[in-house]
Design a protein around this ligand. Structure first.
Ligand code: CA
Length: 227
């Protein structure tokens, strides 16, 4: 795991780097926004720790440039206590989490681990990205690189719901209610048919995304094929 630290307080940057390296992460440290953006655009990082107040380019701008370049690396923003408004602004610009300075080491490490777990799920330009696919909310296509497959509206709604609930099992009942509503006259068997169409379509673009059946419970989406 490689972490980019963009922090102009050199002592803090050094401490962060030491803590993370002790935990087994590789780190690169830069002290200004322009260098931070340059490094981030290489897209080699698993996570970016980004201070808000930075020389040459502030953290909010750096983040928005990163997202404009369709780089989905999770970003943990660091804000000073007085910069509460920056938090909101940072999250609007595509930050995945923020931490107020001063913070304790345990808290930092816990946030980083949580972000790495969520890494598969990132929203870019309103389209949902998950593992190797991007869902286009307007055309209802799923794309993997330049391979594309068109979904029906219901298929799109189902895969979107599964991705937004990544890590959880969604029951057939829940799927039915959320997609068709309470009064819907739909057989549970139909859900199975929709899921099997979705699996075929994922297969058609050679995606590693997999909708698993959890016997007796429902469905869950994974970023890799079952063993
Ligand atoms: Ca700063």
């Amino acid at each position: 795991m490689r972490v980019l630290i963009v922090e102009d307080e050199k002592d803090l940057a050094m401490i962060l780097s030491e803590i993370l390296e002790m935990e087994g992460y590789y780190t690169d440290v830069v002290h200004d926004g322009v260098s931070g953006l340059d490094n981030a655009l290489s897209d080699i990082y698993d996570i970016i720790i980004l201070d808000v107040m930075l020389p040459r380019m502030d953290g909010i701008r750096v983040l928005s440039e990163i997202r404009k370049s369709s780089i989905g690396t999770p970003v943990l923003m660091l804000t000073a206590k007085s910069e509460v408004e920056d938090k909101v602004c940072g999250l609007d610009n595509g930050a995945d989490d923020y931490l107020t300075k001063p913070f304790n080491t345990k808290e930092l490490l816990a946030r980083i681990r949580a972000l790495l777990r969520r890494k598969e799920k990132v929203i870019i330009d309103e389209n949902l990205k998950f593992a190797d696919i991007i869902l286009d909310k307007y055309t209802h296509q799923i794309c993997k690189g330049d391979q594309k497959v068109k979904l029906t509206k219901k298929e799109y709604d189902i895969i979107e719901l599964l991705i937004l609930n990544y890590g959880k099992v969604i029951s057939k009942e829940e799927l039915t209610v959320k997609i068709w509503g309470y009064d819907a006259d739909i057989e549970y068997n139909s859900i199975e048919v929709y899921i099997s169409f979705l699996r075929k379509k994922l297969g058609a673009i050679n995606s590693r995304v997999n909708i698993s059946t959890v016997r007796g419970l429902g469905y869950t989406i994974k970023g890799e094929k079952d063993e």
